[in-house]
Design a protein around this ligand. Sequence first.
Ligand SMILES: Nc1nc2c(ncn2[C@@H]2O[C@H](COP(=O)(O)OP(=O)(O)OP(=O)(O)O)[C@@H](O)[C@H]2O)c(=O)[nH]1
Ligand SMILES: [Mg+2]
Length: 330
Amino acid sequence: MSCCTKRKYEEINTSDDQPASSGANTMKILLLGAGEGGKSTWVKQMRLLYQNGFTSVERNYYKTIIFQNVIKSTVAISQNTAIPELQNLLKSPLTPASLSDSVISTLANLLLNNEFQNALLNTPIVDNYAYFISRLQFLANNLPTNQDILLARVKTHIETPFTCTLNKLKYIFYDVAGQRPARSTWNHRLSEANAFIFFCSLSDFDQTLIEDATTNRLRESLQLWTELVNSLLLEKVPVILCLNKMDLLVEKLKTRRFSDYITEYRGENEAKSVADYVQGLFVAANKVNAKIRPYKVFQTSISDQGLIINVCKSVFEFMLQAVLKQVGFF
Ligand SMILES: Nc1nc2c(ncn2[C@@H]2O[C@H](COP(=O)(O)OP(=O)(O)OP(=O)(O)O)[C@@H](O)[C@H]2O)c(=O)[nH]1
Ligand SMILES: [Mg+2]
């Protein structure tokens, strides 16, 4: 980072400069967190903001993914309810090709059914199921929009790097697989990280892990953060905590009480108080002095294209400033 000057820090923007060739000009940033926190969604936003977005081949791929998200979730919901319309619909297996107008309209009607809604709330399904149902008609004849792609769920299986260059500085974001069995593969990256961003889904407070149905997702996330943030390997590494899915938290609190799941909570059942409470828990878990390792917190919705521009700008500014400080520039 010795190449960095204050001017470069102030000039950070989306220039198309050539990638830096020297390792000294490269920042390695780990995207960490439990499954479904939003790591890969962050990378999608980076592609939209700092690269050329998605090709039509990729859009076709995401179209199939969205159809599969809907089908898999519908089948999962059907295991928690005996609604005849749903059982009829699933008499023959749903496939992307069988999502006809009449199937789409049955799914849209089911969403208005209270029994279906109850089953939906008690089934682990993709986050944006209702949104996708509302998009099926459009997607039958069109490629997905950027927003559709941002909300599509594809579980990460192996670490995927994403590279972008801003003002001659090369940033490599490592998007890791977040579920428990994959975490042992993170170790080799921790020692070479220049910064890390930790993603925690705020709306997961009422869910348990896919890989362990006895563990609350929010508690798992806090536990994982506590281990990482106090790890000697990451002690001096600047960290950003992204408390994500504020939009889904707002929606979920209309039908769920946070204190029913996180029983120590005594505050209002309102998104801002809940997010502040969670932020307090995470900040308290960080035992490393901020003078040694700077940190920054965002409460946001990574999938929101309006919000993400400013979050990204702040993230780049923070990371650069923190690293400049480490090398004694400030
Ligand atoms: N509504 C909404 N959905 C979000 C938000 N952030 C992420 N999602 C969705 O949540 C799901 C999980 O996000 P991912 O980015 O795949 O999570 P991940 O951390 O990469 O998960 P793993 O790959 O399993 O480690 C995806 O369907 C995203 O579109 C958000 O702020 N709001
Ligand atoms: Mg992922």
